[in-house]
Design a binder for this molecule. Sequence first.
Ligand code: GDP
Length: 466
Amino acid sequence: MSSLIDSDTICALATPPGRGGVGIIRISGPLCRTMAEKILRRLPRPRYAVYSDFNDLSGAVVDSGIALFFPGPDSFTGEDVLELQAHGGYFVLERLLNLVLELGGRLARPGEFSERAFLNNKMDLTQAEAIADLIDSCSAQAARSALRTLQGEFSNLIHNLVEEITALRVYIEASIDFSEEDIDFLSAGKTSQRLSTIIAQLDGVIAQAKQGAILKEGMSVVIAGKPNVGKSSLLNALAGRESAIVTDIAGTTRDILHEQIGIDGMPLHITDTAGLRNSTDPVEQEGIRRALKAISEADRILLIIDAASEQPAPDQLAEYLHSTGFAQLEEPLKKGRLSLIFNKIDLLAPNSLPTSWQDKPADAPLLAVSAKHQYGLQALREHLKQCMGYQADAEGGFIARSRHLEALRKARLELARGLEQLDRHQAGELVAEDLRHAHQYLGEITGEFSTDELLGRIFSSFCVGK
Ligand code: GDP
């Protein structure tokens, strides 16, 4: 994908394919006017809905419906845009789309309308991404936050930061030019104070973007444990419906299962692994290989233990993992990514659980649940939210992606380095350079500085017609 807009006129079905009351074909580019003349026999008045026959090249009526014409640059893409709202039947829309192709249009690539909007400065990159996020949002919170980003809340925060960084850069560069005249701007403390204020502002944006990225990307959780401890049951209980097969024959869950549920707006990507037991069955071995990969990538691993049959001691978790064939979980345990879930506590006598854990600090948090009787699940959900630092009720949030968070963190590193240069060495040139880098990272977020490769990656993940 190239960042230069080609002069093709692009078209796509903007509504989901299949049967529907209305199906919309969207066209953008220089041929819109001639296409309107051919199909509608006239150019509709700009931005007014007109009811019209849609004629093919032989003059036969394909359908009749509403046509809308948005002349560029005041359109979504910034180019001439024509929208044909026809009846939402597969064959009608296919004929119309073919007609547009016959008239010189070409099928749009995924996200190409939004890409043109971005390249024509109708919106910045975060806003273009927010369109996709709004459409894909899995919860009311995510949709609200995507809308805020689309309306420019996130971009404004970035622009404010960029403005302040630029102003400070100008100031520092001036001080370098005047240094011969002995005006020591840099050592006066004021510059360092200004930079500290910018860093504090950036920290605020990072905190908000973190919540936004959780809303967008969610948390990945792996459920691991011996066969028959209740992994599938727990997954079903969390998901609230029957998705995994629950049986009491060991080793039923042969492949890994994925489930996505939401906890207060936070998408939870759950992977239920095959029981990690040694097996010679190639299907089961493949399941185990995939399980190990999921474990290495997950935000959190829940090791499910049948508390009715065993309760490892809190200070012997590593030994327990080794002796039970879960040596692969030692790494997550060391890194604090493992939580222990004692399941089947309904089978234990009341208050028998698990005294050894009460006063010993453990390397992994312990939760006691009964998947079968839906006990302890709310505490488990709270625990997962807490692990991610997710605040469901955070006000004024906006949606963000991990690429934004990464760029914000890189910008912060640059600013922190700049502050150190300033405080330690009063090295004006170096500070100015750090500020310039920080500006560049922030500019990657909004698309002020972006590569073709990045744009290609972003827009190709959109759906066609957007
Ligand atoms: P998996 O092999 O780890 O996925 O285990 P399953 O979810 O298939 O459960 C194995 C057996 O344990 C089934 O008979 C479940 O009904 C039972 N089970 C699961 N959770 C509980 C629980 O909390 N309490 C009791 N009593 N039985 C459970």
